[in-house]
Design a protein around this ligand. Structure first.
Ligand SMILES: *Cc1c(COP(=O)(O)O)cnc(C)c1O
Ligand SMILES: [Zn+2]
Length: 434
């Protein structure tokens, strides 16, 4: 297959070659396809690493845009002008108060709660998927979502002028539904859980000619998560951390942070280093954590029941690959209860001033659990990935946080309330947390 025989829509850049089956290695033209015809394995984007090594230096990256597109050579697009809505380059914050509370010396927080435009890491994968969708000639884009993906797809489709129809489970948090509807896409709220939504979408993808970012465009979509790994390496001064802790839904994000680190090593942008990969799930939907704890190398699907809806995938597509990475790197995959998730959200907010959603609460709670179990060394350079914003899942903490003192607009009313707050109010809440 030479460049000249490819149709214009599937023309590739010099660094991005084709799709390859992750299981049997069969090669495919880079179109809207995601499953191997021979072995049903997932397809993944392949690159020419010699060409990447020739083209990319730390300087070429640093002189690029202040967004994920500074890593364009590592992403599966051919456009000179990809859809750039300022996604990526979110803060990597050195933790002081949370680190001290947990007894860690070298903790960093990668804060995608403030990713643009819709305040979750999903903006990364959608920016890449919709850029590719446009290159492949799609005019309607879609997704099967646990909430954040619908927000991102609707927002970035609006920006790019693409028609959009998204599918969500009918029981999502109000903030996630409103945060999709505002962009005026078609929203299908499906009476069922995410896995049922996903099955329906697979059928729709086969019958309508739409670009589903996480189904027929999944090989391109998933590459967007590598940018989390790239940014962490660059923000640490072109160095890899010792240990990462990330949430797992389908397992895609976690496996792609790994791929990102490996690619930076391969092309010589960072020194080789063994990074331990730990993963976080909610106990109410923890098929990957359960397989890890049982020492199984296969996933048994579960029916989700947790407040951490954004990571509630009962049949995770990349679960076995995530397991493999945890084992091979010496990491661990743990789960936490809904009560621990709420405590995790509050702990991050009160120590670092970061309001994350339930997925972030899950990750912080697992971080705490790993430290308590002696699975993270206090000296290790550890990066914890906060992937979404707490304003979208307000229901989760309602009833578990303090309340305002309602007072008259008079000084003595304020003084009385302040007195009361010193005896109960805030102090009481702080004591609960100590
Ligand atoms: C989707 C999502 C994840 C994880 O997604 P994967 O399917 O594992 O890639 C993590 N956090 C948040 C907030 C999400 O929306
Ligand atoms: Zn195959």
């Amino acid at each position: 297959m030479t460049q000249a025989t490819l149709s214009p829509t599937s023309r590739t850049s010099a660094t991005f070659k084709n799709l390859q089956c992750k299981e049997c290695g069969a090669e495919y033209e880079p179109k809207a396809t995601h499953v191997c015809e021979f072995c049903f394995g997932p397809l993944e984007v392949a690159y020419d690493y010699n060409e990447l090594r020739r083209q990319v230096t730390r300087e070429t990256i640093k002189s690029g845009p202040n967004s994920i597109w500074r890593y364009r050579a590592f992403l599966p697009v051919t456009s000179e002008n990809p859809i750039d809505v300022g996604t990526g380059m979110t803060p990597l914050v050195k933790s002081n108060r949370l680190a001290r509370r947990l007894g860690l010396k070298n903790l960093y927080i990668k804060n995608d709660a403030v990713n643009m435009p819709t305040l979750s890491f999903k903006d990364r994968v959608v920016s890449v998927a919709l850029t590719r969708a446009r290159e492949l000639g799609f005019s309607t884009v879609s997704c099967a979502s646990t909430g954040n993906l619908a927000n991102s797809t609707a927002a970035i489709a609006a920006h790019a002028g693409l028609d959009c129809c998204v599918f969500i489970p009918a029981d999502l948090e109000a903030g996630k539904v409103l945060g999709t509807l505002i962009y005026n896409p078609t929203v299908m709220a499906v009476e069922g859980n995410y896995d049922q939504v996903n099955r329906l979408c697979c059928e729709v993808a086969n019958t309508h000619g739409w670009g589903f970012v996480n189904i027929n465009l999944r090989p391109y979509y998933s590459e967007g998560s590598k940018t989390l790994g790239f940014e962490v390496a660059e923000q640490l001064g072109w160095e890899l951390p010792d240990h990462i802790v990330a949430p797992l839904a389908s397992g895609s994000l976690y496996t792609k942070i790994y791929k990102g680190f490996q690619e930076f090593i391969k092309v010589g942008l960072v020194d080789e280093k063994a990074v331990r990969f730990s993963g976080a799930q909610a106990q109410g939907c923890s098929p990957i954590a359960q397989a890890y704890q049982d020492g199984r190398d296969f996933i048994t699907p579960v029916k989700p029941s947790t407040i951490a809806k954004s990571i509630a995938i009962g049949n995770p597509a990349d679960g076995v690959y995530a397991l493999e990475i945890a084992h091979k790197t010496g990491g661990s995959i743990e789960s936490v209860t809904d009560a621990e998730i709420i405590d995790g959200m509050k702990l991050l907010a009160e120590t670092e001033g970061i309001f994350t959603e339930t997925a972030g609460g899950t990750t912080i709670a697992v971080l705490k659990k790993l430290v308590e179990a002696g699975k993270i060394d206090p000296e290790e350079k550890t990066v914890v990935f906060i992937t979404g914003n707490g304003l979208k899942t307000q229901e989760a903490v309602q009833g578990y946080i303090g309340e305002p003192f309602t007072i008259e607009a008079k000084l003595d009313s304020f003084e009385r309330a302040l007195e009361r707050s010193r005896t109960l109010g805030r102090l009481e809440w702080q004591q609960v947390l100590v």
